[in-house]
Design a protein around this ligand. Structure first.
Ligand code: CU
Length: 468
């Protein structure tokens, strides 16, 4: 599969800088770059220019280290014997390649280091021996192909699997999966008028939830999350829910912003059916809506949720920018299939991905741009289905938080601020902040084990560079 590895390398390389940041923040890795300044590691193998009596070099094994993975993680060589090893460190942290026989080659960020290793019959495993890096996924192996074809080791090294990449997913990425579609994080304005007829179609479709990973998701309106619905106190909302004839399963909707009987408006409709769910916006808040069809856990885990904003009496004061971020989890099923109910249903759920607005790391890959000094408001919802959020933006302080009707604001006596907002599944909040200088400000849940699973975005203030 030539081409696939390159594709993956490019994608994973793009993750490098911010994954390094995540690691630095999460693990506080106590690493002194000066300690790893040796260009070539303490390799006991003979030098490449050794006398003719030395064992012949069979080729070069080239491995790239990124934060925190090897690319590729599995290399195939034709035969056992002596190989040159080239470690190209594209990461922002020092890395090494330490083979199971003790051979170690160290490369600082941006450097390339070389050495040699003897690959025995049966192959040889390797890790990065820097504290924590193996556990974070820097594990690989060299295997012997047994294939007599005269392929250079460099060529053979291409195109093999690269498990252990930063996203930690159990699913093998598919290089042919379409690129993820970015969910527009800009919050919509309040809907005009006082009565809103909104068509909501339950669409079952394929969606790329992380680079190379497609799932057959269930949606409201074709996106995960569904559309943000923003109204004001006193408005009437008429949801025209439609389940297309081609759907495979029944669906329904449950608006937490409404007060209606569960066995009336929230009942399921079969493929080909439709119904009207009318409710009045009587309470302000950032609310969840979701499909409640049994098993509701599966319908939520497979993408059926969204945000309702009901503005308070008198409305919210104007700000420079408004965004809507929905945190949620993916429990991956096989490629192209629905998410795993079995995983989602675990008593201690371990999501494959945790993310903002449906796609892993999408706002890291394409940061949300704001102006330095602008007032930024974020409507945050934790759709779950099961993991809490500790919503935090690195480098700033929320001076305003409205959560479940309780308000912190600059007018609150004592000049208090907020560092993170705790949101259990189905809780929402409004937070406001400013960015003091041009630069990058990571958006995370401060449950940092999930930052490496897709819950990482960036606000880019100004040009993103604090140095100019
Ligand atoms: Cu559903």
């Amino acid at each position: 599969m030539p081409g696939r590895s390159q594709h993956t390398i490019a994608r994973l390389t793009a993750l490098t800088a911010t994954m390094a940041l995540a690691v630095g923040l999460a693990a506080c890795a106590d690493v002194t770059p000066a300690a790893f300044s040796t260009p070539s590691g303490p390799n006991s193998a003979p030098a490449p220019t050794a006398p003719a009596a030395a064992v012949e070099l069979l080729g070069t094994i080239e491995v790239r280290s990124v934060d925190l993975a090897f690319e590729p993680a599995t290399l195939t060589v034709e035969a056992s014997g002596r190989y040159r090893v080239k470690l190209v460190n594209d990461g922002a942290l020092p890395h090494d390649i330490t083979f199971d026989d003790g051979t170690r080659i160290v490369a600082n960020p941006g450097d390339t280091a070389e050495g040699e290793v003897i690959i025995p019959e049966g192959g040889l495993g390797f890790i990065c021996a820097i504290a924590g890096h193996k556990e974070a996924g820097m594990v690989g192996k060299v295997v012997i192909s047994g294939d007599a074809a005269p392929v250079a080791a460099e060529t053979a090294a291409q195109g093999h699997d690269d498990h252990g990449g930063p996203l930690n997913t159990a699913i093998e990425p598919d290089p042919n999966a379409p690129a993820p579609v970015r969910y527009d994080p800009v919050a919509p304005p309040v809907a005009a008028g006082t009565v809103h007829d909104i068509e909501l179609v339950t669409e079952e479709k394929l969606m790329t939830v992380a680079p190379g990973i497609q799932q057959k998701v269930w949606t409201f309106g074709g996106t995960v999350p569904g559309p943000v619905i923003r109204v004001k106190i006193g408005d009437t909302v008429r949801i025209h829910l439609k389940n297309p004839a081609g759907s495979e399963v029944p669906h329904s909707v449950d608006f937490h912003s409404s007060m209606v009987a569960w066995n009336d408006e929230m009942t399921s409709i079969m493929p080909g059916e439709e119904k009207v769910y009318e409710w009045k916006a009587e309470y302000a808040g950032v609310w969840m809506y979701h499909c409640g069809t049994a098993p509701a856990l599966h319908h939520i885990a497979n993408g059926m949720y969204g945000m309702v904003i009901v503005e308070p009496e008198g409305g919210l004061p104007p700000v420079d920018r408004e965004f809507a971020l929905v945190q949620s989890e993916w429990y991956l099923g096989p490629q192209g299939e629905v998410s795993s109910l079995e995983k989602a249903n675990a008593a201690a759920p371990a999501p494959d991905l945790v993310l903002f607005n449906g796609v892993a790391n999408q706002y890291k890959d394409a940061p949300i741009e704001v102006g330095t000094g602008e007032r930024v408001r974020v409507f945050v919802l934790n759709a779950g289905p099961s993991i809490d959020s500790a919503f935090h933006v690195v480098g700033t302080i929320f001076d305003t938080v409205i959560k479940e009707g309780v308000t912190l604001s600059p007018a609150t006596p004592g000049h208090w601020g907020s560092q993170a907002v705790d949101l259990a599944p189905a809780q929402g909040a409004i937070v406001e902040m400013e960015f003091a200088e041009d630069g990058l400000y990571p958006i995370v849940t401060h449950a940092f084990n999930f930052v490496g699973r897709g819950a990482l975005g960036l606000f880019q203030a100004g040009d993103g560079d604090p140095k100019n």
